[in-house]
Design a binder for this molecule. Structure first.
Ligand code: TRP
Length: 505
């Protein structure tokens, strides 16, 4: 077999992993999730989730990929051949599910980057976004598909092309080189935006809202579930990505340190991004003499309705808007590229095909898949598919991987692998082995599966109480449940095919 590709440096790997973690989820999802779930008080469940599930699962994925030098299917197969499907499922529903619409959202950002130049949304960004830009009819009928929106499809084509160019170059000459340019630019733009925002009149008012703790919320189960969900999505856990990325590390790499660096960088980034976002909202509220409550909006509305409004009000708002949407695109590309790589590395591990051909085929399929979300009902479809893949797909992968690694594989082997590269001896070695990594094992065996199990049961109960977000039941079942099932069948199919050159040990 040919030598497996490698990162040029550990720093290159870190930038790529942090790039995968930092994405749209950090910039516009985290701030409103935090706000809705108790503001400053949300940080308590959030950091508990980071320490009991985020960093432990990240370390598990890094250790597994690095130890076995394998992508997700091959790594899980090593635990037991019957778990190979889990790896395929993760990379499949992320690649042919989450990333399809994730890139469409970047396509919207690309359009809005241009719109920012002359505030094309005019007086009423809300009507502009939903009616004119997306061409939605205003009802929730997911079957009134309408046509493809060409401005969006064009932008989506460009974004897939950029992804293809980067992935085509390979690990060191493609991804590593790209993140070495993109990540510093990302941090710089973020800094410019935050500083800009903090000096606007009314900024403190917004920030006060963001950080003011509402401790009553802490007893609410939903808040805890939101915290675990945010950590999972934001750290790209259960995507099969971190397994593939760490498989390209040098044999000496320090898995423990790398997990802490990636885990903390991602969280620090999102907590800081929240300051920027709320400073702007404070400015808007002040300018319009409104309450923060009235200007804050969640989800899609935050980036594509609230922000455009703020951009119109701001002096030199065009520059600000341009930078903001550019920031979202850069953050998004460093994430989408990571799943292309994770899927490709799974295919290469099993079928030993030519890398460049695989990348080209995957990007073409991805582009056509994305088109599904560029119609007039794209937003509705995206919303349903996103709900099901996040709440059930990612969480199931997380539970099963924690259980099989914790109970079947017995974390000892991974533990020994992590300790061996720490270069410790004597007491420090003992502390690591018997205290820190022991705690890690408890998280993997007990806390993570229980926390995620509660989350999934809670979501399931909600599903039967009423169809998700009042969509027609047929839409929820065909798009949501269907997407989970079809990707599952596909994954089983892939895991049933023979390994080129015989199955790995
Ligand atoms: N962690 C990313 C975020 O916070 C999400 C993400 C990572 C992602 N890799 C991805 C989404 C690949 C789609 C495809 O936004």
């Amino acid at each position: 077999m040919k030598d497996r590709s490698k990162w040029g440096t550990n720093a290159g790997f870190l930038l790529a992993a942090i790039g995968s973690a930092i994405g749209l989820g950090n910039i516009w999802r985290f701030p409103y999730v935090a706000y809705e779930n108790g503001g400053g008080a949300f940080l308590i469940p959030y950091f508990v989730a980071l320490f009991t599930a985020g960093i432990p699962i990240l370390m598990l994925e890094f250790a597994l990929g690095h130890h076995r030098e394998a992508s997700a299917p091959k790594a899980f197969r090593h635990i037991d051949a019957k778990w190979e499907w889990l790896g395929w499922w993760a990379v499949t529903f992320v690649m042919f599910g989450i990333s399809l619409y994730y890139i469409v959202i970047m396509g919207w950002c690309a359009n809005y980057m241009v719109f920012s130049l002359n505030c094309a949304w005019g007086e009423d960004p809300n009507t502009f976004f939903f009616d004119e830009f997306l061409g939605m009819s205003g009802n929730k009928d997911v079957w009134q598909i309408g046509g493809i929106s060409w401005p969006i499809a064009t932008a989506v084509a460009v974004i897939w092309l950029i992804n293809w160019i980067i992935a085509y170059g390979g690990i060191e000459k493609g991804i590593e080189r790209a993140v070495k340019i993109m990540m510093p630019v990302l941090f710089l733009i973020t800094a410019v935006i935050i500083v800009w925002a903090l000096f606007l009149p009314g900024a403190q008012k917004g920030i006060k809202h963001y950080v003011t703790p509402d401790f009553n919320k802490i007893t609410d189960l939903k808040v805890w579930i939101a915290a675990y969900g945010q950590i999972f999505f934001s750290l790209s856990l259960g995507f099969g990505i971190m397994i593939a990325y760490s498989s390209y590390l040098s044999r000496e790499a320090n898995i423990f340190k790398n997990s802490l660096i990636v885990g903390f960088s991602n969280s620090m980034y999102e907590v800081f991004a929240g300051f920027g976002v709320f400073a702007i909202l404070g400015y808007m509220a002040t300018r319009q003499s409104q309450e923060i409550k009235e200007v804050v909006s969640s989800g899609i509305g935050l980036a594509f309705v609230a922000y455009p409004k703020a951009i119109s009000l701001l002096p030199s708002g065009s520059y600000f808007g341009f930078l903001f949407f550019l920031l979202l695109i850069i953050a998004g590309i460093s994430s989408s590229i990571s799943i292309i790589e994770a899927f490709t590395s799974a295919i290469l591990d099993k079928f030993a095909l030519a890398r460049k051909k695989v990348i080209t085929v995957i990007c073409l399929l991805g582009f056509f898949g994305s088109l599904v979300f560029t119609t007039h009902v794209g937003l509705l479809w995206l919303d349903i598919v996103d709900h099901f893949l996040n709440q059930y797909g990612l969480i199931t992968v997380g539970i099963v991987e924690a259980l099989i690694v914790g109970w079947i594989y017995r974390t000892d082997k991974l533990k020994a692998h992590i300790v061996s590269n720490l270069g410790l001896s004597g007491t420090r070695h003992k502390i690591f082995d018997y205290v820190i990594l022991q705690l890690w094992m408890y998280c993997i065996r007990f806390i993570t599966p229980v926390a995620l199990g509660i989350a999934i049961i809670h979501s399931l109960i909600g599903e039967f109480a009423e169809p998700y977000s009042d969509y027609p039941v047929s839409g929820v079942i065909i798009l949501g449940v269907g997407w989970l099932l079809v990707t599952h069948i596909f994954a089983f199919g892939l895991s049933g095919l023979p390994w080129r050159g015989g199955p790995p040990r």
